[in-house]
Design a protein around this ligand. Structure first.
Ligand code: GA4
Length: 332
């Protein structure tokens, strides 16, 4: 599945974007943040894939590595210590169970609320002397929130809409309802039996992200896959120095379907641990999620019913991971 070169070949011809530099066969667009054309390449990538990788983003390796080191230390703790961190409902430490509707995966994680740009220490209890962990978390989250805002401003520019902060202001708002997740996928010893049966062993099941935008960074272990428009899954070559941008459901609605929220999943790995950290940039709870008026052409109608982020979030948490959440809000 991961190395289907035919699949890559067919997909490559669909776009003239640049492709992943460390894997010439990958379809994943790579965008240099310093490239003057970045804004147009981003809109193109969002329309075609809902996903792209950014390089030359200006965040230091130290900011990433410091958090990774502390996260590895946390996940290395004995299970009983991790369990004391407080079970994920939804914030806290979670093991195998994802959400509250029966989804499971070969993953353990910490899910944290981000309030006014700061990670909420109420979300989880880190054992020992966690000051450095909190420091590393906040430094990292500040950096990726900034990246998310810069990317959203370039997208607005690429879409030729005003004001330029029409999207980024939702994340900068002190009431922005954002969150942060650190996922640990331990090597999976049961994987061989599954692969023999022709099935994938799931780390994190397929889903779209409900928020506006997500920024993901992982260590150098494979696993992340995105679904193309035709439903084929492609593996994302890992790159610990870069960030990957994910278009969320809310951004799909804000652009009246021009940008696609991307279905993605993580497959378990039999040998190496995968560690990923994801910032989910969400709007304030009372924000109306509806197509941006400056983007609508004359006579164009919204494809979606009107709803607030709070309404969408509430509905999201009642669904299974793989549900077509946005479907419920589409106009017939
Ligand atoms: C997917 C994106 C984020 O990780 C998340 C997830 C949330 C959770 O883990 O509690 C959800 C999932 C996510 C969407 C459907 C519901 C809620 C698990 C689940 C089955 C934190 C989010 O905001 O939505």
């Amino acid at each position: 599945l991961q190395n289907s070169s035919n699949l890559y070949r067919t997909c490559k011809s669909t776009s003239d974007l640049h492709f992943s530099d460390n894997n010439k066969n990958s379809v994943i667009p790579v965008i240099d943040m310093l490239d003057p054309k970045a804004k147009f390449l981003m809109t193109k990538a969002c329309e075609e894939f809902g996903f792209f990788k950014i390089v030359n983003h200006g965040v230091s390796d130290d900011t990433m590595i410091n958090l990774e080191r502390d996260a590895v230390k946390f996940f290395d703790l004995p299970q009983c210590d991790k369990d004391k961190a407080g079970s994920a409902s939804p914030y806290g430490y979670g093991n195998k169970r994802i959400g509250s509707n029966g989804d499971v995966g070969w993953v353990e994680y910490i899910l944290l609320a981000v309030n006014d740009g700061l990670v909420s220490e109420k979300s989880v209890t880190i054992p020992g002397t966690p000051h450095l962990f909190w420091y590393a978390l906040n430094e990292y989250v500040a950096a990726v929130r900034n990246i998310a805002c810069v990317v959203l401003e370039k997208m607005a520019d690429g879409l030729k809409i005003e004001p330029k902060n029409v999207l980024s202001r939702m994340l900068k708002d002190e009431k922005s309802d954002s969150c942060f997740r650190v996922n640990h996928y331990p090597p999976c010893t049961e994987i061989e039996a599954y692969l023999k049966g022709g099935r994938n062993f799931i780390g994190f099941g397929e889903h779209t992200d409900p928020q506006v935008i997500s920024v993901i960074r992982s260590n150098n272990t494979t696993g992340l896959q995105i679904s193309l428009k035709d439903g084929t899954w492609v593996s994302v070559p890992p790159d610990e120095h870069s960030f990957f941008i994910i278009v969320g459901d809310s951004l799909q609605v804000l652009t009246n379907g021009r940008f696609k929220s991307v279905k993605h999943r993580v497959l378990a790995n039999s040998v190496k641990s995968r560690l990923s950290m994801i910032y989910f940039g969400g709007p304030p709870l009372n924000e109306k999620i509806l197509p941006l008026s400056s983007l609508m052409e004359e006579g164009e109608e919204s494809l979606y019913k009107e709803f607030t982020w709070h309404e969408y979030k509430k509905s999201t948490y009642m669904t299974k991971l793989s549900a077509d959440r946005l479907g419920l809000f589409e106009k017939n």
